[in-house]
Design a protein around this ligand. Structure first.
Ligand code: ATR
Length: 285
């Protein structure tokens, strides 16, 4: 890679940032296309986010990804928000246009693209269950609404967060949204899974293979697709249980690749080399 006087700067901010695989993924894409860009990780503490953004403006940075814990706090610095970033309430991609800041959230589309790539058919009119109600669950819920699902059940350990997310979604659409506690023993969750075409795990449970499953695996049925957005390990206990029952699965690597690819396109205007990005990411894991 050659840095020149004209090299354009992209990057990612987070705290911590060392674990981020985005630099490998984006620099591989830059190298493949032979374009004069570089993508750099920036360790930015919460109290420095405002200064960092002002600094990026001053030095004409082209684009920034935003990761934990800044996805919400950067919202206030945006001059314009995409509809998705607004509904999700978080920004993961900033486009700098002569000091004018556009905040995007590519997680919802990334989630959908990854599913389509795995041959998942139309979800229009179908029901889905989301496990979890954090930032990732918000993006997944928005994605599923865009895709036209007719019913969503959000099951979370902390019920109040599920209720919060359900009301955000209900405000924006006419679809049926239910919020339930994950530990619900009344059978509502079991019934929702049985009636659904898709179950998505958006919690961190599964990153540690010793953690017990959050749901009874015997509820996984043949008409269900099980999508775990965790990407390490690539095959979680949940996906393994689903596969053993002949259930179609989607892992989390695709979502990570596609949210990055969409950001890359927003910054460069170029078609991202998806396979190159995926390879760089998989190698780095
Ligand atoms: P992210 O941005 O990745 O979604 P987050 O906003 O911290 O991260 O959300 C984490 C999600 O994982 C939450 O839904 C959380 O449940 P709570 O709202 O009850 O905290 C869920 N989660 C994390 N650890 C969990 C566990 N051991 N059992 C059940 N849910 C868990």
């Amino acid at each position: 890679m050659k840095i020149t006087g004209k090299t354009k700067v992209l990057g990612v901010i987070g705290d911590p940032i060392q674990h981020s695989r985005s630099p490998q993924m984006h620099n591989a894409a830059i190298f493949k296309l032979g374009i004069d860009y570089v993508y750099i990780p920036f360790h930015v503490k919460p109290e420095d986010v405002s200064n960092a953004i002002e600094g990026f403006k001053a030095i004409n940075v082209v684009g920034i990804n935003v990761t934990i814990p800044h996805k919400q706090s950067v919202l206030t610095f945006m001059d314009k928000l995409s509809a998705e970033a607004d509904t999700i309430g978080a920004v993961n991609t900033i486009v700098f246009k002569d000091g004018f800041l556009e905040g995007h959230n590519t997680d919802a589309q990334g989630f959908l693209e990854a599913m389509k790539e795995e041959g998942v058919e139309e979800l229009r009119g179908k029901s889905a269950v989301i496990i979890g109600a954090g930032g990732s669950a918000r993006a997944v819920a928005v994605g599923l609404v865009l895709e036209g699902v007719s019913a969503l059940t959000i099951a979370n350990r902390t019920e109040s967060k599920a209720i919060d997310l359900a009301s955000t979604i209900a405000e924006k659409t006419k679809i049926s949204v239910k919020a339930i506690p994950l530990s619900d023993g009344s059978g509502v969750l079991a019934e929702a899974i049985l009636e659904s075409s898709l179950l998505v795990n958006t919690t961190s449970v599964g990153m540690d293979i010793n953690q017990p499953l959050l749901i009874n695996p015997d509820l996984l049925h043949k008409d269900l697709i099980v999508y775990d957005i965790i990407y390490t390990p690539p095959e979680t206990k949940l996906l393994k249980a689903a596969k053993e029952r002949g259930v179609k699965v989607v892992g989390g690597i695709g979502m990570l690749v596609h949210q990055g690819a969409i950001a890359f396109q927003l910054w460069t205007g170029l078609k991202p080399p998806i396979d190159v990005m995926r390879r760089a990411l998989t190698q780095s894991l």
